[in-house]
Design a protein around this ligand. Structure first.
Ligand SMILES: C[S@@+](CC[C@H](N)C(=O)[O-])C[C@H]1O[C@@H](n2cnc3c(N)ncnc32)[C@H](O)[C@@H]1O
Length: 325
């Protein structure tokens, strides 16, 4: 039996009866659980609670939505302006989630959750649409053609929306969160073998998991994350030149940690003019300008060469593989 069939079979069992061996202990917000049908709470196979990232108005994509618990929790947080889409490959899990859609819509005061059949590893493919399409086709010649047709006509998934060009790397340069919010959707909709972002000069913290964008389909705002198939490479660096501004060491650290968590290669290019590694001596003993961040961190204007490119004592020289080629 291959892995996909084994996972399908296991979760189909889980949709029918509670499977204690599939359950992990997760502390959910009881206020969000209170609205949920008991069957969904009981068939809880989640292994984490991402609801703290959800904000009013978000469009949330839950990959592997199972019985829909996280979707129905998120639906309470996104509010009437938001949207939640659960994707799962398992028919029985989708049926469980959909069983309570009307009931939940009534409790929430509107339809804001939908469930789609799809494989996480191939988000451009609307599997339900493909199944319908193939069922309607009688000639095998249509089968090969059908995948592109369906992706083009029915899919609106951002990563892998279109077939990539295998030799093209596309990147964008940003400095802070508003920049990320403005540019990420465009980057992620661009077909390329590698999509990268250069955060240089870094002038503020950047949360790659929660960059926001306008949803062209619904006029809503949403969250772009470091999904597999989203960003392939993150470059970070401080500012150079006479008017260079310092980069807080925690901004670079947080970016590195986000990349590590998402298995996205991280390249730390340089500190720029200001060294962010902190003070060894009292500030008055330095002959260079010292920037006090007011939170126990200090940056020294030592010049680009001396500042170098070590982050937490090591060089970060990670490079991407060509994921979409
Ligand atoms: C651990 S459960 C998560 C359930 C849900 N997020 C929750 O918190 O209750 C994993 C779900 O992911 C689905 N799944 C696993 N691999 C998948 C894949 N490659 N594509 C789509 N769905 C997948 C399974 O069918 C299952 O319903």
């Amino acid at each position: 039996m291959n892995v996909q069939s084994a996972v399908l079979e296991r979760y189909s069992q889980g949709a029918k009866d509670v499977q204690p061996s599939l359950c992990c202990p997760v502390g959910y917000d009881p206020k969000l659980l209170a609205l949920l049908p008991q069957e969904i709470v009981a068939k809880d196979y989640g292994c984490g609670d991402p609801s703290r990232y959800v904000r009013p108005g978000d469009a949330v994509l839950d990959l592997g939505s199972g019985g829909g618990k996280i979707c129905y929790m998120a639906a309470q947080l996104v509010g009437p302006e938001g949207l939640v889409i659960g994707v799962d490959m398992n028919h029985d899990m989708l049926a469980l989630a959909r069983k309570y859609q009307n009931e939940m819509a009534q409790k929430l005061g509107g339809e804001r959750v939908e469930f789609r059949k799809g494989y996480i590893q191939d988000l451009a493919l609307d599997v339900a649409a493909m199944e319908r399409y193939l069922a309607e086709q009688r000639r095998p010649a249509y089968v090969e053609h059908s995948l592109e047709t369906i992706c083009g006509e029915h899919g609106w998934c951002i990563p892998n929306f279109d077939w990539p060009l295998p030799n093209v790397w596309v990147g964008t340069s940003i400095s802070n969160q508003p920049d990320a919010d403005e540019k990420f959707l465009h980057l992620l909709r661009t077909k390329a073998a590698v999509r990268f972002v250069s955060i240089e000069p870094m002038l503020g913290p950047v949360d790659l998991w929660c960059a926001r964008y306008d949803n062209p389909n619904g006029g809503k705002t949403g969250a772009v994350t470091l999904w597999p198939g989203g960003l392939d490479w993150v470059i970070c660096g401080g500012e150079s030149g006479p008017n260079a501004r310092p980069m807080h060491p925690d901004w670079a650290r947080s970016l590195r940690d986000q990349c590590q968590a998402a298995h996205v290669p991280f390249f730390f290019k340089q500190w720029g003019e200001w060294d962010g590694t902190g003070l060894l001596f009292p500030p008055e003993e330095y002959r260079v300008p010292v920037h006090d961040w007011g939170d126990g961190n200090w940056s020294l204007r030592v010049g680009k060469k001396a500042a170098g490119r070590l982050l937490d004592g090591r060089v970060w020289n990670e490079f991407p593989m060509s994921n979409h080629g």
